[in-house]
Design a protein around this ligand. Structure first.
Ligand code: GAP
Length: 470
């Protein structure tokens, strides 16, 4: 767990990532034709595939690979008392100031101290209002009447759905402490400032796991979960020198936490929180006991029916924020020799056959890439297109595939590089003679001939053995 202090030296900028995401169908602005909806984004064909794969890697890690963790999908709308018990009604606030002149709204903790003291707008120099507390929960009403009795909140974290179900799960699944409950789902926060693309949004998704432990063992489990979460990002193939730990100081700790560490990632705009690991103590279950009147103690049948309120170790990652991290981490640009990638076709400048060419490439781990393999005929004619379609058809049972026959082969490779497709299969005249195809690797641009009978096996091997080279 080394702390790397270096500043960002990668090739990505937020502008490049935002523009590529739109151009290639990863992420679109919500309601764009109406001028866009602040704080909300839509995930396009490649984006939803990437998001689903990140979610399923996390889900596998938590549930399949941990015998003592089970899953849950709780409702977004919960009884409003939940949020009184959790402390969100009282404490889930940000300090807010407005500029009386230019009307810009700021989070008071994000503007320079001297501006706040002098009540001077950092944008236009106008006068700032007094700081006031702003609750981040979205409120709405359930049923036809809009009164206090029908008030309901959109959940600001998925965690509470787990706490209110913890007894159900112990009873239905015979769980014994220590054990965990994992959940992926939408969360909503009325963020004062949304900036940096999908980094901080009003509607987002979380991947949270709550681990219930015996009081007194919480510090040990907290350290254990910090280790496990760090190892998870290593497994994802993320550049580890772009990750570091940040321990919350006393003024940063959430109202429920005894200790908390963030895993921060070095985004193009600097170090930012990616995931939090929190020791939430017995705060949540004690409060739910008080507010619901239900006994939420754990009864340890293996230890003379000892009763206690468990402590909770939480790992809380943003799914949509992880997606942004994966995009930034994978992004690369490089100068390449066009000949290397001409695929046997005479090149033209800018089409992959020229002497030198720039390429943008997303170096996703193959298990995360929205498309695993793209199949393409060198020419549309002479039966090559039909052959390529047949090969795609065979591969698609086991892999996410794409088919592309438009344009020069070098240009098609570039399109797949930009979408992060790790493997391309090209069908040419030799395929008709001996049944072999060209297998082209995204990262090295190396090309090898493989018999179609061995293609699926070879791809599986390559995915398993994948190591990022830059
Ligand atoms: N249950 C604990 C909890 O929600 P948090 O630190 O407020 O803790 C956890 O949020 C994670 O959720 C963050 O590390 C971040 O990845 C993600 N997250 C929080 N607010 C977000 C927002 N407005 N937009 C996108 N992701 C957000």
């Amino acid at each position: 767990m080394t702390e790397q202090q270096s500043e960002y030296t990668g090739k990505a900028t937020m502008e490049k990532i935002t523009s590529l995401a739109k151009r290639r169908g990863f992420v679109f602005q919500s309601s764009e034709i109406y001028g866009g909806q602040n704080g909300a984004w839509d995930y396009g064909p490649l984006g939803i595939e990437l998001k689903n794969r990140i979610a399923s890697m996390w889900w596998k890690e938590m549930t399949q690979l941990h015998d003592d963790i089970v899953g849950l999908d709780a409702a977004i709308l919960m009884h409003p008392r939940t949020w009184e018990a959790s402390g969100h009604v009282e404490n889930f606030t940000d300090p807010l100031v407005d500029c009386k002149k230019c009307k810009t709204r700021f989070r008071a903790d994000q503007i320079p101290e001297e501006n706040l003291k002098a009540k001077k707008c950092p944008e236009c120099g106008g006068e700032l209002t007094d700081t006031r507390k702003f609750n981040l929960m979205f409120r709405t009403h359930i049923g036809p009447a809009e009164d206090s009795a029908s008030l309901i909140y959109l959940r600001p974290e998925t965690a509470q759905g787990i706490y209110v179900n913890y007894k159900n799960i112990i009873q239905s699944n015979r769980m014994k402490i220590p054990f965990g409950i994992a959940q992926i789902g939408k969360a909503f926060r009325n963020e004062i400032v949304t900036r940096n693309f999908i980094f901080r949004t009003c509607e987002f998704e979380q991947m949270e796991m709550q681990y219930f432990v015996k009081p007194g063992t919480d510090v040990e489990w907290f350290e254990e979960w910090r280790k496990r979460r760090w190892a998870y990002y290593e497994k994802l193939g993320v550049k580890m020198d772009r990750l570091r730990w940040h321990q919350h100081g006393p003024d940063e700790l959430a109202h429920y936490a005894k200790d908390a560490y963030d895993i921060e990632y070095l985004f193009p705009m600097g170090w930012r929180e990616l995931e939090g690991v929190h020791n939430r103590t017995d705060y949540d279950l004690t409060r739910h006991t008080q507010f619901s009147g239900k006994d939420l103690q754990y009864i340890d049948q293996d230890n003379n029916n000892e009763r206690y309120i468990p402590y909770i170790i939480e790992t809380s990652a943003g799914l949509t924020r992880n997606l942004l991290m994966i995009l930034c981490d994978a992004y690369d640009e490089e100068l390449v020799s066009g000949d290397k990638d001409s695929g046997g076709e005479a090149g033209t400048p800018g089409q992959g056959g020229a002497a030198v060419d720039w390429r943008t490439v997303l170096r996703f781990h193959p298990s995360l890439a929205p498309v695993t393999v793209a199949v393409m005929p060198l020419m549309k004619k002479d039966g090559l297109a039909e052959l390529a379609r047949d090969i795609r058809c065979e591969l698609k049972e086991d892999f996410a595939t794409d088919y592309d026959q438009a344009g020069a082969i070098g240009r098609r490779y570039r399109r797949q590089d930009e979408a992060g497709t790790p493997f391309c299969v090209t069908v040419d005249y030799q395929t008709k003679d001996d049944g072999t195809v060209t297998l082209r690797f995204r990262d090295s641009m190396e090309q090898v001939r493989v018999h179609t009978n061995e293609l699926a096996g070879r791809l599986r091997q390559e995915i398993k053995a994948y190591k990022r080279i830059t």
